[in-house]
Design a protein around this ligand. Structure first.
Ligand code: ZN
Length: 142
């Protein structure tokens, strides 16, 4: 995994950091791969905890190829609970947004989500400001 400093290969940095991240097809491809890898990792780790919880029959375990198939993941998703399920839903949603050209937009305010934030959490649906608002509200109304 190439972690490079964001030296921006000729992109217009002067255009304002808070604007829409202006993702190229290559960027989208990159995020798609990251999301797909996350999805596989999530399913794998969820599988391991399922195994521990209810001694999943190892004959049921799919090989690597099956693991990456949408069909498998969708059926597996039904067995996920709580946090894992939510996270998987977010990943699926982000992948859908990439397909539909909506990726990188905040669901709340419609602003672009910063590239740095997307790199850290490509499954996010909120820009940092809206996310902070949301967290503040969750704290306040507990
Ligand atoms: Zn926002």
């Amino acid at each position: 995994m190439a972690v490079s400093t964001t030296a921006g290969a000729g992109s217009n940095d002067a255009a304002g950091a808070s604007e829409a991240p202006d993702l190229s097809a290559d960027d989208l491809e990159h995020f798609k791969k990251v999301l797909e890898a996350k999805r596989v990792a999530l399913v794998k780790s969820a599988q391991e905890s399922l195994e521990q919880d209810m001694t999943l029959d190892t004959n049921e375990m799919p090989d690597e190829v099956d693991l990456a198939s949408t069909e498998y993941i969708q059926s597996f998703a039904l067995r996920l609970r709580g946090r894992d399920r939510k996270f998987l839903d977010k990943i699926e949603e982000a992948l859908r947004k990439i397909e539909e050209g909506e990726f990188g937009e905040c669901e709340d305010c419609g602003e672009g989500i910063g590239r740095k934030r997307l790199e850290a959490r490509p499954e996010t649906t909120l820009c940092i400001r809206c996310k902070e608002d949301q967290e503040r509200n969750e704290r306040d109304f507990k």
